[in-house]
Design a protein around this ligand. Structure first.
Ligand SMILES: Cc1ncc(C[n+]2csc(CCOP(=O)(O)OP(=O)(O)O)c2C)c(N)n1
Ligand SMILES: [Mg+2]
Length: 805
């Protein structure tokens, strides 16, 4: 490890007076908005604030080497950087602080994220990619500490793919020869997270253009660095990763947060390594301060010593920049004063403009509600009480939409037994604002553009007399071969995916055919495998990344739920990562190979399609559907299906399975059994046995859990059978309960039931090992048979006498 000055190959930092004064202006404005923002929270204008004070200079230095086409993957301290590259103006900064739910005011999240969570928009209003090489790109920030790290690997990895794979040159919207660098930023305390270490290691192995900047202010809220980091220094702790004598690894540069030229030189050097040579770099920015404390949630005087507070005052980077400017003769005291005064003015004006715009956006609702309540009072028997509601609204300072609607609904309840024009107007106004607020707060969980995979039409498999039976793994292997040959954007990545073509040979022989860059082995690092996929998908590629066994998805769950699943929503449709996560599950054996944690997925992956094909022809159809669209998907293949024979369709590369469309596997009129995945075969076995005793079950494979039966076809089956069982091998109250809720509640199927509905699931514990462990842990054909028979016995006891009496 070396200090910045030892590493600099050119010490000529050429700075004009104009540039220096512009830097000082940005630093001053940034500090001012932090201070005003903090006051706004204390005045009750905003709920919470977290700011970038003390980090201004380092970020200005970083901005000088940030080019169009690059990506920032950072965290909530980065306001100065964003402002320096033009990715943020201060009015927008305040709009987000106030949670102004309008993309024209808070372009990062339209009020959906708390303040300091930035991001630019990558697509046009038709959902088509903009030219990223002409943008300063920022991935929308997540709050979870180190959550930005895994995707940083993918953002940088994409540059490697663009540089090394000539077939990708046509993707001119995304790269110019892989010259793009990913700038990842993180706080010192957050480097304690596993995600950070995993990312550093992955970068060192992969040799990709990522610059990790650690803003080291010595604290993670109140916990000092001694409790966070070995040797209290992340650059020392990571010294073994330093690249040397032709080894792989990372470059490590240290620079002080208050030293303008040292910082500029450090970033120039870092950018040369990363951009030119694709060598990852850690820039450890030390002696960082935090003038205003961690956030508005409390003051840092509670936990910082006087000595530390004095240090923070003395090493305020903005003061040091000012001194440097004066002592190097770049400007006079008067010129400096002028910059400071203007910065104050700009900050104040931006705040006022943002606040006024935010309040103006709510004012029409307040005025309308007051008018409605006035009119209601003239009509209603409850005039006095309604007048009180109106007064309450008139006297509520800075009323928000919730308060307005709440008061108007109270009036409606008072008028419940009355009729009249005013009441009618209230009802239609409530409907109108409900629709508007749905638009503001509930849209873009998934793609809402013409490019959505929901619009992909089904294409059925076709067979002829030459169609032969092949094992599931041969079918999917053939499919992946066709896919890799037709679409250079697709690559496959995961543990054992490369050389041996995955543990079940889905990619067998394909690395040899398409090269290591298309079919690639990865280390055992689920979180950054997902991150590698997310980042690459954000840059126009179509990765298929693999979680070797479904149960191990838990290692990556934080990244999947916090980052990938929320991406569209938190950017109001502005950002996307159409990643495919491939895994194999169901009917595995043993505690860590249960293959069935489906409800955990349903609970955490809204924003990702969750698909459960029962065989490999269906799986191929789902891959095609997802690849034609722009959403991410989790595709869970049936582990015990790889060896089962299926008929090979002649149009394998074209078939598409539409999302949210169940398939009826067997017709019947006595009972509907709803299931998915490997349970389809077990349920079919039970259904065939049931036929022999005169019970005709209709078996439905839902095929896709998210989205679920979009055309409400299951209720149609229940209208005929009047009985239903939901069966799977997840925990009790898991995905079987989810299916039940969808059908009974959303599809209102309870109206047609003659028997109590039933959910069949596995035992609550993880499954025991081996054939008997599986049999006594998960539902079997006998479990299904018994449950159906019991239901039929209760309904028609004469026909179906109790089996066990
Ligand atoms: C996974 C997770 N755990 C805890 C938190 C709560 N939290 C928010 S910021 C923070 C401290 C982060 O400190 P550091 O990384 O040094 O960044 P700094 O705020 O000092 O710039 C904590 C614990 C969180 N956001 N995410
Ligand atoms: Mg810190």
């Amino acid at each position: 490890m070396t200090g910045a000055s030892d590493l600099i190959t050119s010490t000529d930092v050429l700075l004009t007076k104009e540039e220096v004064l512009n830097d000082y202006r940005i630093a001053c404005e940034s500090r001012e908005v932090s201070m005003i923002g903090r006051k706004d929270v204390f005045m009750g204008r905003a709920n919470f604030g977290v700011f970038g004070d003390g980090k201004e200079l380092a970020q200005i230095a970083m901005s000088k080497v940030f080019r169009k086409g690059d990506f920032r993957s950072g965290y909530y301290r980065d306001q100065t950087f964003l402002a320096a590259v033009g990715g943020l103006n201060w009015q927008q900064f305040f709009a987000q602080l106030y949670a102004h739910p309008d993309i024209n005011h808070d372009p990062f999240s339209a009020g959906r994220s708390m303040n300091a969570h930035y991001g630019n928009r990558w697509i046009d209003d038709k959902g088509e990619w903009l030219n990223q090489t002409e943008l300063y790109n920022t991935v929308s920030d997540v709050s979870s500490t180190a959550g930005q790290m895994p995707r940083s690997i993918g953002l940088a990895y994409a540059s490697k793919l663009f540089r090394e794979n000539p077939d990708l040159q046509y993707l001119t919207k995304f790269s110019r020869n892989g010259n793009e660098v990913c700038f990842a930023t993180i706080g010192d305390a957050s480097t304690s997270q596993g995600m950070f270490f995993e990312s550093i290691n992955a970068a060192g192995v992969l040799q990709i253009p990522v610059i990790f900047s650690v803003w080291d202010d010595g604290y993670g809220i109140s916990v000092p660095i001694e409790y966070q980091t070995t040797k209290s220094s992340i650059s020392e702790a990571l010294a073994g990763f330093q690249r040397k004598n032709g080894s792989n690894g990372i470059e490590i540069i240290v620079a002080r947060a208050w030293n303008y030229t040292e910082l500029i030189e450090a970033y120039q050097q870092a950018a040369r390594y990363a951009r030119d040579q694709h060598v990852p770099v850690l820039v450890h920015v030390i002696e960082v301060t935090q003038q205003l404390g961690h956030s508005t949630s409390g003051s840092h005087e509670r936990y910082k010593s006087k000595k530390r507070l004095d240090f923070e005052h003395e090493f305020d980077c903005n003061l040091h920049l000012k001194e440097w400017i004066l002592s190097n003769g770049y400007a006079t005291e008067e010129e400096i004063k002028e910059v400071e005064t203007k910065a104050k003015d700009t900050a104040k004006k931006s705040r006022n403009a943002a606040w006024t715009a935010y309040r103006e956006s709510i004012r029409p609702d307040i005025e309308t509600a007051i008018q409605l309540l006035k009119k209601a009072a003239t009509e209603s028997k409850h005039a006095t009480a309604i007048a009180k509601l109106r007064e309450e609204l008139e006297h509520t300072e800075n009323a928000v939409r919730r308060e307005i609607i709440c008061l108007v609904k109270k009036a409606l309840v008072m008028m419940r037994q009355e009729a009249g024009l005013a009441k009618k107007e209230i009802i239609s106004w409530l409907e109108k604002v409900a629709a508007e607020n749905k638009d503001r707060f509930n849209t873009h969980l998934l793609s809402e553009y013409p490019t959505s995979p929901m619009y992909v039409k089904g294409i059925a498999p076709e067979y002829d007399e030459r169609s032969t039976d092949l094992s599931g793994h041969e079918i999917i292997n053939h499919y992946f071969d066709l896919l890799l040959s037709r679409d250079p954007r697709v690559f496959a990545l995961g543990e054992d995916v490369g050389k041996i073509g995955d543990v079940n040979q889905g990619f067998a022989g394909l690395q040899e055919k398409y090269g290591e860059i298309r079919v690639t082995d990865a280390g055992i690092r689920e979180t950054t495998i997902i991150g590698q996929g997310i980042g690459a998908a954000m840059r126009g590629l179509r990765p298929i990344v693999e979680i070797q066994y479904f149960d191990y998805i838990y290692y990556a769950l934080a990244t999947l739920t916090d980052d990938l699943a929320s991406l569209r929503y938190r950017t109001v449709g502005g950002q996307l990562a159409p990643l495919i996560i491939r895994t194999r599950g169901h009917r595995l054996e043993g505690i860590w190979h249960s293959g069935s944690p489906m409800s955990a997925m349903l609970g955490s992956l809204r924003g990702i399609h969750v698909l459960v094909p029962r065989n490999f022809v269906q799986a191929a159809g789902f891959y095609n559907t997802i690849l034609k669209g722009d959403d991410p998907a989790l595709i869970i293949e049936c582990l015990n299906g790889y060896r089962i024979k299926e008929k090979m369709p002649k149009n394998l590369s074209e078939i598409c399975v539409p999302l949210g469309v169940p398939e009826t596997l067997k017709k019947g009129e006595d009972i509907t059994i709803v299931t998915y995945g490997s349970m389809c075969r077990i349920v079919m076995e039970a259904a065939n046995q049931l036929t022999q005793v005169g019970i005709h079950a209709e078996v439905i494979d839902v095929q896709s859990l998210l989205p679920f039966d979009i055309n409400h076809s299951i209720v149609e089956s229940i209208k005929k059978t009047n009985r239903v069982i939901f069966a799977d091998e997840d925990v009790p109250g898991g995905a079987s309960a989810f299916m039940m809720q969808q059908v009974l509640d959303i599809q209102q199927a309870y109206r047609w039931l003659d028997s109590a509905p039933k959910a069949i699931a596995a035992q609550a514990h993880r499954p025991a090992y081996a054939a008997d462990g599986d049999y006594f842990s998960k539902p079997s054909a006998e479990t299904i048979f018994d449950a159906v028979y019991k239901m039929m016995h209760e309904a028609r006891p004469k026909e179906f006498p109790d089996l066990y009496k």
